[in-house]
Design a protein around this ligand. Structure first.
Ligand code: PMP
Length: 416
């Protein structure tokens, strides 16, 4: 074997793993090897306990009552907002709207910004590596406004092909919506350069941060993106936690999204006025406990250090790519770990990804098989599905070894 098996210098994975109760589980008689964090991450006990603590000791609706519990709930919820703002370098907690995650955040922009601002013939520029949640909301907005969708294509190596950027990004472009990190190819597109190029033609930029924010240090002020969508459940937080960052002047101008309690200032028979930003976008009872527990997830990631989180991922991804290629797996996406994240799509010999995932499950290994909500990527590379292994802070090189060894078993089962 040509690869070295050095331990991650960046993170103490043994200590981290002790914080994740689910990693003590077995699957049959095999220890669980969880390689599906791109779908959703596991949760440390600090996050599980933060959510339980809220329900056990502080539960009340936020921004409603003036009794002690209600004030505690409100201040814990707003503290979580301030943590999320700080975590992504946002200038002001009011620029964070809490949502159930990236899908809801993107739809919020598609309804409250795009439907108000776009006219017939305006263009929205997407890329062929987008998750369906960064395609379909724009298709619906384009249908309602007469706007036109354009796509940046992909190279054979899984990068964005920017050779026609000049003709695809023009004065007609009103929005560039691009992923910060591909969930199926792992690619990190050059978002800094794309944001600069889009602003030069007067377009706004939405960065899909579902995979980026959990894995790479992000500073929205430095990036200068206009919108960033965030999934709490992929960064150690609970499901249905997350948010939308948007520049304050955009939030002020945007239309309301969902109508209901708390998002209003005054309600008359025939009209209403809106609450201040960000509450204008937070209608009804929110995911209070989940956002508070997301605050605990942010504390956890900050204690590890996002530079260390990224360094660990680069190291593990580099090791996995090397081992997978050694045994003949076909990798979809870039091979250089410095320009990609830890979601690795592959085919192993001729084993269909679904069969592979089924056999790996018998070994206790959880990977994803399918199109990963990126059918344009599958079409581009002429496959119906891929197998995908993805990593996070608790994964180790031994788990990569377990994956590679299990591939040999799959090969034996299929007699390849
Ligand atoms: N975008 C990307 C790149 C993703 O990986 C995902 C989740 N698979 C989403 C968007 C959707 O995120 P959420 O589950 O928070 O709605």
């Amino acid at each position: 074997m040509s690869v070295t098996r050095e331990r991650s210098g960046a993170l103490d994975t043994a200590r981290i793993r002790a914080d994740f109760p689910v990693l003590e589980r077995t699957v049959g008689d095999k220890p669980l090897v969880y390689l599906d964090s791109a779908a959703t991450s596991q949760k440390p006990r600090q996050v599980i306990e933060a959510e339980a603590d809220f329900y056990a000791h502080h539960n009340a609706n936020a921004h409603r009552g003036i009794y002690l519990l209600a004030e505690e709930a409100t201040s814990m919820y707003e503290e979580a907002r301030a943590k999320l703002a700080r975590f992504i370098g946002a200038p002001d907690p009011a620029t964070i709207v809490f949502t159930r995650g990236t899908t809801e955040s993107t739809n919020l922009v598609a309804y409250a910004w795009a439907r108000r601002e776009l006219r017939e013939g305006d263009e929205i520029l997407l890329t062929e590596m987008e998750h369906h949640s960064n395609i379909v909301p724009w298709q619906l907005a384009a249908r309602d406004t007469g706007a036109v969708l354009r796509y940046l294509p992909l190279t054979d190596d899984g990068l964005l092909d920017l050779s026609d950027l000049g003709s695809l990004l023009t004065e007609r472009t009103k929005l560039l919506a691009v992923t910060g990190m591909s969930n199926s190819l792992g690619t990190l597109p050059p978002i800094r350069e794309l944001i600069r190029a889009a602003h030069a033609v007067g377009a706004l930029v939405l960065v899909d941060g579902a995979q980026l924010v959990p894995h790479v240090p992000v500073d929205v002020t430095e990036l200068d993106c206009d919108f960033l969508t965030i999934s709490g459940h992929k960064m150690l937080g609970p499901t249905a936690s997350g948010g939308l960052y948007a520049k304050r002047e955009l939030l002020e101008r945007m239309d309301a999204f969902l109508g209901g309690g708390h998002m209003i200032d005054e309600v008359f028979h025939d009209r209403s006025t809106w609450n201040a930003v960000p509450y204008k976008f937070e209608a009804g009872t929110m995911n209070i406990a989940q956002e508070i527990a997301l605050g605990a997830a942010i504390d956890y990631l900050e204690a590890l250090g996002m530079d260390n989180v990224r360094a660990h991922e680069v190291e593990l991804t580099g090791y996995a790519l090397e081992r997978l290629r050694e045994v003949g797996a076909r990798i979809f996406g870039p091979l250089d770990p410095s320009i990609r994240g830890g979601a690795i799509s592959f085919w192993y010999k001729d084993v269909h990804p679904h069969d592979l995932a089924t056999i790996l499950n018998e070994e206790g290994i959880a990977i994803r098989a399918g199109h990963h909500c990126t059918q344009l990527v599958m079409r581009r590379y002429g496959v119906p599905a891929t197998a995908r292994a993805s990593f996070y802070v608790y994964n180790t090189s031994e788990e990569v070894d377990a994956l590679v060894e299990a591939l040999a078993k799959a090969e034996a089962v299929f007699g390849l």
